[in-house]
Ligand binder design. Sequence first.
Ligand SMILES: [Zn+2]
Length: 247
Amino acid sequence: MAPRIFSPRFCDFPNACYRRRDLILKRGFFILLALLVSVLSAEAKSRRSAKKSRTPSPPAIQKNYSNTPFSTVVVDAGHGGRDDGGIPQNLLSEKQATLDVALRLDKELKKAGFKTVLTRRKDVFIPLDSRAAIANSHPGAVFVSIHFDSSPKRTPRGVDVHYATPGEAPLAATILRHLAKTTDGTNRGIKRARFCVLRKTRSRAVLAECGFLTNRTDADMVRKASYRQKLAKALCTGIVEYRNTLR
Ligand SMILES: [Zn+2]
């Protein structure tokens, strides 16, 4: 066996020194890294807040209507043509469901004595601006946009109604009260929104989300014609009730 050149005592001593030096270097490196990260994140944060303070708040929505009784309702079936609506997880086609409910609502409103205008009567694509323009060519009318909701998760369900300005909240609330009774689902409340058809219509306008087509319970109900008829009736009852509150 070859003689040992270094005894374990002499070998261990320099290794321990190197290890201590490595440790000090490593610690120093990590402290420097942590300092650099905190400086960079503070700088990014201040840049973000500066940018935020420069972002102008969205302009107020201008509406031009009087709270007098109305005789015309513009019924807007959401989506259509190349715009299917919804998301890939939808269990039903949104554009077909909205059109079906809109055509039923048209009949109900006529029975109740209203004049009606539909933004679409078949499966065609109508740009959002054109929908608002149709509503604006009927001053004093009420605009009701019909949609169905969707979510990447299966659990959300229920109905909600959107509006743009405080003056439209009573119309949204009245329609929602009747919709929620019909659906036997979750009442998700009335919500302020800046959707194009709500912003660009000068008349009173609301957008009703009549259930989630990504939720099994809601979609199974919407599949039935009798239920879509109930939705149309609820929308109509809400519109009539709101009109009766006006003088
Ligand atoms: Zn929609």
